[in-house]
Design a protein around this ligand. Structure first.
Ligand code: 8YV
Length: 319
């Protein structure tokens, strides 16, 4: 026996994966804000009906939009990040917020390790070299060993730990910096990001985005990483001082970087396009069929649970 359809109008804030859009449309009364020619007039006319909103980690929920929905009780994010929504402000108004943790951890960690191997061994650069028809024996040159390296992980949450677990298989010497030490892991705790970078051959950024982590990887941190050091970022572009990173890479003050995220996506600073020491990826860490489906399922289950029970399944932690 199928359950009765949940009640209440749902606002879809932005485009979402087709499988999620289909489920929203099949099970709920959905208003698609991004398709409205005049969103303000639309909200004035229909905003009162909306009890829950579904958005992406990238788009989030602007304050003015929350304010335009007086009956709103839940904001459901498709994605683990939620720095695009002011959670404390929403909760102060009685609006709870969910994200999609866990289900994307493996794919994001896989990509971090893939990016790390790529940039140390020069895989994408070597592929470009072969394709350009310039291959002469021994011509590509030597790159850097991965196994046994000292790896510093910034942010030892779910994703940071999954990256560390994978790198144990490479006999890495692991250290980390996070808001507080994590007693159950055996990795070395660094008291600051600078200290972490100083003691690492590779700095992996796995912390969350938002104001609390903005610019944590500063010019000083990059200089502490040094000319033989590499940066891997699968978190948010905002965590790294991007102009400082571009200068450090262009001037060879760090050896290379694997970047899945940027400060102003989809814009990539043009000097990076010229560098063979940098792997540039279009924010694809969670972009596999399996993981995006699992994220869509979890987002939908959160919405469904809220509409049936009045609570979310995976609310974001207290801020
Ligand atoms: C997606 C992400 O690109 O989950 C996140 O926070 O950054 C990625 O998984 C994003 O969810 C798409 O909105």
């Amino acid at each position: 026996m199928s359950q009765p359809a949940p009640r209440g109008t749902v606002l879809q804030v932005c485009p979402l994966p087709p499988s999620l859009e289909e489920r929203l449309a099949a099970h709920h009364e959905v208003l698609r804000l991004h398709e409205q020619p005049d969103p303000a007039a639309f909200l004035a006319a229909r905003g009162l009906e909306v009890v829950a909103a579904v958005t992406s980690a990238r788009v989030g929920m602007r304050d003015e939009l929350v304010d335009a929905l007086p009956a709103l009780g839940a904001i459901v994010h498709f994605g683990v990040g939620y720095e695009t929504t002011d959670v404390a402000r929403a909760r102060a108004r009685g609006v709870d917020v969910s994200n999609t943790p866990d289900v994307l951890t493996d794919c994001v960690a896989d990509l971090a390790v893939g990016g790390l191997i790529d940039v140390l061994r020069g895989l994408a650069a070597a592929d470009r070299y072969v394709r350009s028809g310039q291959w002469v024996p021994n011509g590509f040159g030597l790159r850097t060993r991965v196994s046994g390296k000292r790896i510093g992980i910034l942010g030892l949450g779910r994703i940071g730990r999954a990256v560390a677990r994978r790198l144990e298989g490479f006999d890495a010497e692991l250290s980390y910096h996070s808001r507080r030490p994590v007693p159950e892991v055996g990795y070395r705790f660094a008291a600051s990001v600078r200290e972490l970078a100083e003691g690492a051959d590779v700095l992996v950024v796995a912390t969350s985005g938002g104001d609390g982590t903005r610019g944590l990887v500063s010019a000083e941190v990059l200089d502490a990483l040094g000319p033989d050091g590499y940066l891997v970022n699968i978190s948010r572009g905002s965590v790294v001082d991007e102009p400082a990173l571009v200068s450090a890479l262009v001037e060879g003050r760090i050896a290379g970087a694997a970047l899945d995220v940027f400060a102003d996506e989809p814009h990539v600073p043009s000097p990076l396009l010229e560098l063979d020491t940098v792997l540039l990826l279009p924010h694809i860490a969670s972009a596999t069929h399996e993981t995006r489906q699992a994220m869509a399922d979890l987002a939908h289950r959160n919405l469904d649970h809220y509409l049936r029970e009045g609570t979310l399944l995976t609310p974001v932690p207290p801020v």
